[in-house]
Design a protein around this ligand. Structure first.
Ligand SMILES: [Zn+2]
Length: 287
């Protein structure tokens, strides 16, 4: 077996909330229980949506919970040259085309783009990946077999009209460049997986193993996020936060005398980590 390399890759739209702690903890425990490496990557691809302070706050919140990553923190905002290199490869393979289509034009096709639109390069354009009408399947450690028709996705944008890189490109390229072979993340990204697998195939990249975890939702069934006022983690109750996150993942919690400090809790949880206990819920768990 190759050495396990996993990661936690938050978007810095705000401080971590309980839902993001659960995702961080699951990826940490899965990596550590395999004697693996656990990396931290800040997905700061979209400056207008981000909170400048969050990029420095998130690592501090993780450390307070005893979740120490290996190596240096990576920032997607530093990877422009890297992304251009992969875009150039796809262009050379004839898999990328310039697209000047407006949202309005695409609205007539449910927002989906199918087929090269032969847009002019001297007008504002995005870069889209030629995406075939194929069914993609993959196996998830929690949710089992999943499949998706790529026709439901259409030709993906890899570089936006405003010059920003698309999440799909950045995540595939960065996971590959960091040697990541296990991806543990929230269920909201499960339906992004087939299009990412297709992009990997285009780039000749070996797919990682996937483990998606159920989402934590508020009472209206919405995923916790800054947009729906999810509370930042309370740093005065880090041990309790970890214990609550373990319960959400249906993991056993340590005995009382080991519940005081984060190191003891994490050690216990690493030794008792059981993927089979994670509930494969589609609707999320209400906080
Ligand atoms: Zn187009």
């Amino acid at each position: 077996m190759p050495h396990y390399i996993g990661r936690f890759a938050p978007t810095p739209t705000g401080p971590l909330h309980f839902g993001s702690l659960v995702a961080a903890l699951a990826s940490y425990l899965d990596a550590k229980s395999h004697n693996g490496t656990w990396l931290l990557r800040i997905e700061d691809l979209d400056p207008p949506r981000e909170d400048k302070a969050a990029s420095t706050l998130i690592p501090k919140q993780l450390l307070k919970h005893g979740l120490k990553w290996d190596g240096d923190i990576e920032f997607q905002s530093h990877h422009g040259t890297r992304y251009e290199r992969y875009l150039a490869q796809l262009k050379e393979q004839g898999l990328l085309f310039p697209c000047g289509c407006s949202r309005k034009t695409l609205a007539a096709h449910q927002g989906l783009h199918h087929g090269n639109c032969h847009s002019a390069l001297d007008k504002p354009h995005a870069w889209r990946l030629v995406t075939p009408d194929e069914k993609w399947q993959f196996n998830d450690a929690v949710y089992g077999d999943n499949s998706q028709e790529l026709a439901q996705v259409g030709d993906q944008v890899l570089k936006r009209k405003d010059g920003l890189y698309a999440y799909q490109l950045a995540v595939v390229v960065d996971d590959y460049e960091s040697g990541i072979n296990h991806v543990v993340r929230g269920l909201d990204l499960l339906d992004n997986t087939p299009r990412q697998l297709y992009l990997m195939q285009c780039l000749g990249i070996k797919a990682p193993h996937y483990l998606h975890i159920p989402l934590i939702t508020n009472e209206s069934g919405q995923k916790l996020s800054k947009q729906n006022q999810a509370q930042a983690l309370d740093l005065h109750s880090v041990a309790d936060n970890l214990l609550a996150a373990l319960r959400f993942l249906r993991q056993t919690t340590p005995p009382m005398n080991m519940q005081q400090d984060t190191a003891s809790i994490l050690n216990w949880a690493t030794q008792h980590w059981q993927v089979s206990k994670i509930p494969a819920l589609k609707d999320g768990l209400i906080l």
